[in-house]
Ligand binder design. Structure first.
Ligand code: ATP
Ligand code: MG
Length: 783
């Protein structure tokens, strides 16, 4: 038997060996928290614990898969396969399927994604005659989602004084009624949204003691990764499940708490020992992932946050390079610099494209990199954004499957009732909706029994509806003796989708056809996998659909050699030899939505900590002085966070081959370095933010400095455009002049043609290569 404990350091080993009760492992990035979980599970299995009695909860499916693979490597894949390991949502959705009857659902319930939820809320708002400018569906959905994450049901909400007061203040007194109606609609459609998967699990265990006990006895050990990002509902369910054995092991890092906007509650970590009395605290301090300077730079950044558990993280790896800061003139140049750097490092270290990650604050930032990489032939893969399963053609086919799995699923039915076009128009759909509403039933029931529900449409329409019902019933009949792949193929063919998609060979259609093929291959893979694992007979469409709806951003994986592009949120738990953190500008990072509160700003700073600590050997920060946004060129100043990093651990490089590196900035960048900027008084003065006063005692127990100091939120920077004006007369220019261009950066003039206004200059730019500029339009200055 492999000696697992030997592959761990002393503190990690202690955490793995401790099995006498609840435990909290709190440690900085890269210190082996996930490794402790993995090894602990393998250790438990080696000592005879049954795999199905282990419940391991992760943040993404990918993390679960990786952990399973590692454990499989130690104890054998057969054993690892039987572990209850997955995301909160996928594990709980399975429990809810089994226990659905106890909470008034059918086992084939569908899971509404964000779009489904928003559309439904939008329709409810309209139906109630409310103004959807005042009641923005996204805002209302957010409020409902937050409520659910705080375990506040629709009934609770209507009686919640705080919620009522807040909604009244926001001039949205009807949120409680919308929430109620939303719930009713979900139930009629036999559907749950993402938050329901948690809330309903909680309610199930709360109201059915026998069921709760059954699961509490079943799970001998509960382990949770990334505990800092759990919300109140998740925490409560873990409590419900751990009463029997009190064997809970959670690992997390308060420095990496980055999901409070989705209801994650950092107090879950800070309060852990209160919720689980006697819980033992373990700390890991050695970082195995990154070089010393990366770890120190990340630590120095976090010194600027106040509310956190004090940690000393160090690295025994090589000292390594300093963090590099590469300011660019424009987003275009920023992308070119990153591309150039990737090629340079890849060559120098004989590496692969998959060694590189580009992390950004928001999905939209990927565009300039995509353009540059396509031009340069650098293979890349974007995680998140419009994920595969969000594309129209995919959603259409999935909607058919959803209706076949659960015909009461109104949102799916709405999507396909007239796609491909079968002459069922909006008026008819409206009438069906109203009849369903009045009959307190789903649209499908109305379509099947239009007379019974008093649907008032003409004969021609009735025939069309009947045709649609027959189509769906045909698929329903097939579900009994066919697999998901065969069913998918049938749907595509018989519904007329393939005729629609294959009607043309233009680029748009071809791309959609490829997606369709990809979806079918995915179905085939799903069937094969379950066959291989001997579960063929137990698998239903709803299992496939649950899998698909619960896919998280980074799950659609393949092992090609590509550069990874993703948001920092999606990069949690991952590691790469080289990491670029791009777009470090005020107005982007920190996000403008976060800068008005110190808690918001601290969360943004933690986000940068997460980004930097993904890097093993190289961490490069970039930004652009000019960026095309909202249709115009915007002038941005460097992110305030750059100046938070210890000056001795960060270098500015200007991107020439003979990199001039100083700590103070270099020719052409004078005054642009964030630390050259004078701090305003309101940026430095400590002030107690009274929002924190309530939680102060809890935080105190962990903090070295018990005086809670929180700096006052800084005022947003006012953009000042000082740099670029067309102030140059062509006469001043000659071959050899060095210019600084607004978007292309620094370059040397190699040729001048023409006269006066119409002079054309050929310029060799440092990062963007050779370009021709017509002087009368060019925005640059001589340096
Ligand atoms: P994060 O906070 O980013 O999730 P983490 O604390 O979960 O990080 P891991 O991902 O478990 O850290 O570990 C970081 C890296 O260090 C991994 O590559 C892991 O294999 C390696 N590592 C951790 N502990 C050891 C050890 N004792 N010996 C060798 N390698 C280790
Ligand atoms: Mg981890």
């Amino acid at each position: 038997m492999r000696d697992l404990l030997n592959e761990l350091n002393n503190s990690q080993r202690a955490a793995v060996e401790y099995c006498d009760g609840a435990q909290l492992v709190i440690a900085g990035a890269g210190s082996g928290k996930t490794r402790v979980l993995t090894y602990k599970i393998a250790y438990l299995l080696q000592r005879g614990m049954k795999p199905w009695s282990v419940l391991a909860l992760t943040f993404t499916n990918k993390a679960a898969r990786e952990m399973k693979e590692r454990i499989g490597g130690i104890v054998g894949t057969d054993v690892a396969r039987q572990l209850n390991m997955g995301t909160f949502h996928s594990i709980f959705s399975r429990i809810l399927r089994i226990e659905s009857a106890s909470i008034g659902y059918n086992a084939n319930y569908t899971i509404y994604d964000e779009t489904d939820s928003r559309t439904l809320i939008k329709n409810i708002i309209k139906g109630m005659g409310l103004d959807d400018k005042k009641y923005k569906p996204a805002t209302v959905h957010n409020l409902i989602s937050m409520a659910k994450n705080h375990l506040i049901t629709a009934d609770d909400y209507a009686n919640d004084a705080a919620a009522i007061e807040r909604d009244q203040e926001a001039r949205m007194p009807a949120v409680a009624s919308i929430y109620r109606s939303y719930e009713a609609h979900l139930r009629q459609s036999n559907a749950m949204d993402f938050d329901d998967l948690l809330l309903n699990t909680y309610v199930l265990f709360r109201d059915h003691e026998d069921i709760r006990q059954k699961y509490a006895q079943h799970y001998s050990y509960i382990l949770v990764d990334e505990y800092q990002d759990t919300n109140i509902a998740q925490q409560a369910i873990i409590s419900q499940l751990s009463t029997q054995y009190n064997r809970v092991c959670v690992v997390g890092d308060d420095y990496q708490s980055i999901y409070s906007f989705r209801g994650a509650n950092i107090d879950n970590i800070l309060d852990f020992q209160k919720k689980f009395p006697g819980a033992k605290l373990f700390k890991l301090e050695r970082n195995y992932r990154s070089t010393q300077r990366i770890v120190e730079a990340a630590n120095s950044l976090m010194k600027h946050n106040q509310r956190q558990i004090k940690k000393d993280v160090y690295s025994d790896e090589a000292e390594g390079d300093k963090i590099v800061y590469r300011p660019a003139y424009s987003d275009k140049e920023e992308a070119a610099i990153v591309a150039k750097e990737i090629r340079k490092i890849k060559k120098a270290e004989n590496g692969q494209y998959s060694d590189f990650a580009i992390l950004y604050r928001t999905n939209a930032q990927s565009r300039s990199f995509e353009e540059e990489f396509r031009k340069d032939g650098i293979p890349y893969k974007i995680y998140g954004g419009l994920s595969f399963y969000q594309r129209k053609e995919i959603k259409d086919i999935i909607a058919y499957l959803r209706v076949v799995a659960n015909p009461d699923d109104d949102q799916a039915l709405l999507r396909i009732i007239n796609y491909p076009a079968r002459g069922i128009g909006n008026t008819t759909i409206q009438k069906i909706t109203v009849a369903a509403e009045n009959g307190e039933t789903s649209m499908w029931q109305v379509i099947r029994r239009p007379g019974f529900y008093g649907l008032n449409v003409n004969k021609g329409t009735l025939t069309k509806l009947d045709g649609f019902a027959t189509l769906i019933e045909g698929f329903l009949a097939k579900t009994k003796n066919t697999d998901i792949y065969a069913l998918g193929k049938d749907i595509v063919k018989i519904s007329g989708i393939s005729a629609d998609l294959y009607s043309s060979r233009d680029a748009e259609h071809i791309s959609r056809q490829e997606n369709l093929e990809e979806l079918l291959s995915g179905m085939q893979a799903f069937v094969d996998q379950n066959r291989e694992e001997g579960r063929e007979d137990e698998i239903f469409i709803s299992d496939y659909l649950a899998d698909v709806s619960l896919l998280t951003d980074q799950d659609s994986d393949d092992d090609n050699d590509t550069v990874t592009m993703m948001t920092i949120h999606a990069a949690k738990g991952l590691e790469f030899p080289t990491v670029f953190v791009v777009g470090l500008e005020e107005n982007i990072f920190p996000s403008p939505m976060a800068i008005n509160s110190s808690s918001g700003l601290e969360e943004e700073r933690r986000l940068l900590y997460v980004a930097i600590t993904r890097a093993e050997r190289h961490c490069i920060l970039t930004n652009a002085q000019n960026r095309f946004r909202y249709g115009t060129m915007q002038f941005d100043v460097p992110s305030r966070f750059i100046a938070d990093i210890d000056k001795n651990l960060i270098n500015c490089q200007d991107g020439t081959d003979n990199d001039t590196t100083t700590d103070k900035g270099i020719a052409g960048y004078g005054g642009r370095m964030p630390w050259d900027r004078k701090r305003r008084s309101w940026e430095t003065g400590p002030r107690l933010d009274n929002r924190y006063q309530n939680s102060q005692p809890v935080a105190d127990r962990f903090m070295a400095d018990p005086k809670l100091k929180v700096t006052h939120p800084r005022k947003p920077e006012k953009p000042v455009q000082t740099f670029y004006k067309v102030e140059t007369k062509s006469g001043e220019l000659k071959v050899g002049s060095i210019i600084e261009h607004e978007r292309f950066g620094v370059g040397t003039i190699t040729q001048l043609e023409g006269k006066g206004e119409n002079t054309k200059a050929t310029v060799d730019f440092r990062n963007l290569g050779r370009k021709q500029l017509l002087l009368k339009f060019a925005r640059f200055k001589i340096i």
